[in-house]
Structure formats: structure tokens, C-alpha cells
Design a protein around this ligand. Sequence first.
Ligand code: SF4
Length: 221
Amino acid sequence: MEKSEIYEKYWDIKLEKVKKALEKNNFTVFIASDAEAAGALIMQEIVPQIEGLKIASFGDSMTLRATGVLEAVKQLNGVEFIDPFPKGAPREEKVALRRRALLTDLFFTGSNALTEDGKLVNLDMDGNRIGGIACGPRNVILTIGRNKIVPDVERAMARIKEVAAPLNAIRHDSMKTPCQKTGECMDCRSPDRICNQWLITEKCYPPGRIRVVLINGEAGL
Ligand code: SF4
């Protein structure tokens, strides 16, 4: 067996196990081969099932953007799309849009980490993303790359602070945090600190409210 086939088989087995663990925790789960396939799955199979879809929005996620779903949802007839990140808009306007995004019919985002026993772990700056995951939007769709899978909550939190948060700070170059220069968390007191609020989602409530699309490839930070 070629090395690539061995890895392929390993990830097929692993994703099936994580899917089962998530389902045990009342999430609805799908597996897609890559970000593009995840986008097609969401638009062709998941979104048409959502009853009474009139308003949709999202919390920022590189994985989600890679699926192309946001552009597709903007084109849906009869669906208002709230963009909570309009370029150049004043902060107050962005905050108002992020508040509206929490009362939508459908909310998209990603997850900073996912444990092998099916829990989601996230860390936010102002909470608009974890707010949408926890409560508010009637339906939530999460796109998560296999690189976000970790054994347990402890290692999820470590991954987020050691890897995802510094990378995210570097991604937003207008933010001024020490980790942008050092590449590691300094537990800063910066006004631009992006690590303020944790959310651990142990089970989906109500059951099925959160749909998880696992991507069988690297996606996001
Ligand atoms: S706490 Fe500060 S230094 Fe640490 S990762 Fe977050 S923003 Fe960077």
C-alpha cells in the first residue's frame, strides 16, 4: 500500500469515529472530501432542508470562507444575508450587525478545535462566533477541517492557545498583540487581545440544532 493510501485510510477511519462521537452528543454530522465538496454538500443537501429560512449570517472562519458557501447564500432568493464584517464600516455598525446575526435562522462558522469524543472548543475575542454557536440562531452549520481534531478538551485548549490564537493574531495584522511578533502566547493585556471568552460545547442542544461538516483535509488555522 502506498503511503498516501495508508494516510487516506487512517483519516477515513478517524473521521468516522469522530462522526459517531459527535452524533452521540446530538450533533448532526456530514463528511466531505474537501472544502469545495463541503460547500456543495451544504448548498445542495443541508440548506434546502432548513424550514423557514429567511435570514442567514456567519461568524468569521477561514474554513467556512474556503467552502464558497457565503457567496452562494448571498445569491439565495428570499434570504436576507447579514455580513457582520463590512469592510471600512465603523465599529458601532459592525457590532450592530453582529448582534443581529445572533437572531437569524441560519448561522455559519467553524470551530477552533474538536475532540475525539465529540466536543467543540472555541475561544473568541468579542463572542459573536461563540454566541451564535451557543444560542440564538435557529440553525448552525459548522465546517471543520480534520487538522482541528485533538484527543481531549485539555489538548484542545492547548492547541488553541499555542497554535490557533497566535496564527489568528498574525492573520489580523491591524491587531497589535505580542504573539504577532513572538509566535507564541504571552497571556497579554493588549487592548487587541483576541483571547477573551471560551466556549466548550459538550452536547448539541436542542438535538440537531448544530450540523457539523467534517472536511477530510487540512482547513483553517
Ligand atoms: S492572549 Fe494575547 S498573546 Fe496570547 S494568543 Fe491571545 S492575543 Fe496572543
